[in-house]
Design a protein around this ligand. Structure first.
Ligand SMILES: [Cu+2]
Length: 309
């Protein structure tokens, strides 16, 4: 560490030099200016990184807890990776818990999973797609300020796993996400889809609300299915009872991928692959804040399209 009196005054004022500082050699002055220059270069690089490459956070879940998940974060855009070390598929979410204890929140949240109303304080959520055991999902997401619970959503009925995360500072906008190849904007109630092409690409999913929470579930129909027919088939499938066979000519699509839930004003970007000539449909199965059926069923929130060959 250099002594303070070896550092030239930042600006103005008359340098007050004692005997030792007046003995500064050319060599030590050159060294001081090199250190200053390196400092400026490092600072410049940090600013450049902040603009183009979000900070990366890697979280590991093991079915009972997490490692790598900070308890406190600055609001902003993060490249978050969730590694699923549990033996169940898991798609964890960061959900606003409004100052409640995790136990209070979980009690309030349970009815939501059965189509009940959201607690009033639940205004914000961002999350990960369903991630298979041993798999990893990376989402570059906006993380607004809030008092969150990081909550696992296992495919089986295991005990809830959670951690608390406090996020403070200026909340980011969807525009702060890095540019993506394709964009999917969820609205109350529908999807605007733009730029999807054959092959692997980055897709930005955002929720433009204005009120409801949405996610994206992507399914695929056999090649040659017209998008309008795909939507008709989905509508028919929703009318079937559990276990009831679809009518003649109605095909059940295969699941392709999903996203976590995003509240209005939030979004996340991820990598997805679409095949040339494939007919896909995007659906939302989240219910209204006030309670009710999944949006795909209650509001016809779906969008089918064919990827150009
Ligand atoms: Cu929705």
């Amino acid at each position: 560490m250099r002594r303070h009196r070896d550092v030239p005054p930042a600006s103005g004022g008359r340098p007050t030099r004692d005997r030792s500082s007046s003995e500064l050699t050319m060599e030590s002055m050159a060294r001081a200016s090199r250190i200053l220059l390196v400092g400026i270069l490092v600072a410049t690089a940090l600013v450049a990184c902040g603009e183009s490459e979000p900070e990366a956070i890697a979280i590991v879940g093991n079915g009972t807890g997490y490692s790598g998940l900070p308890a406190a974060l600055d609001a902003g855009v993060y490249e978050m990776t969730f590694n699923n070390g549990a033996d169940d598929p898991d798609g964890p979410l960061l959900i606003e818990k409004g100052g409640r204890t995790p136990e209070e929140f979980l009690a309030d949240f349970k009815p939501v999973l059965e189509g009940g109303p959201f607690p009033d304080y639940l205004t914000t959520a961002v999350g990960f797609p369903t991630t298979p055991p041993g798999g990893a999902s990376t989402v570059t997401m906006t993380l607004p300020a809030g008092d969150y619970i990081f909550l696992s959503f296992f495919s089986s009925d295991r005990a809830p796993v959670w951690a608390e995360v406090a996020v403070a500072g200026e909340s980011p906008e969807v525009d702060d996400l890095p540019d993506s190849d394709a964009t999917v904007t969820a609205l109350d109630y529908g999807f605007d889809v733009s730029g999807i092409e054959a092959g692997a690409q980055t897709v930005e999913f955002s929720n433009n609300g204005p009120t409801q929470f949405h996610h994206l579930v992507a399914v695929r129909f056999p090649n040659g299915t017209a998008p309008a027919d795909a939507e008709d088939m989905l509508t028919t499938l929703f009318t079937l009872e559990e276990g009831q066979a679809p009518p003649e000519g109605v095909v059940e699509p295969e699941d392709v991928f999903d996203t976590g839930v995003f509240s209005p004003g939030t979004g996340g970007a991820f990598t997805a692959t679409f095949e040339a000539g494939g007919t896909y449909a995007f659906l939302c199965f989240i219910g209204d804040r006030q309670g009710g059926p999944p949006h795909a069923i209650g509001h016809g929130m779906m969008k089918a399209f064919t990827v150009e060959a």
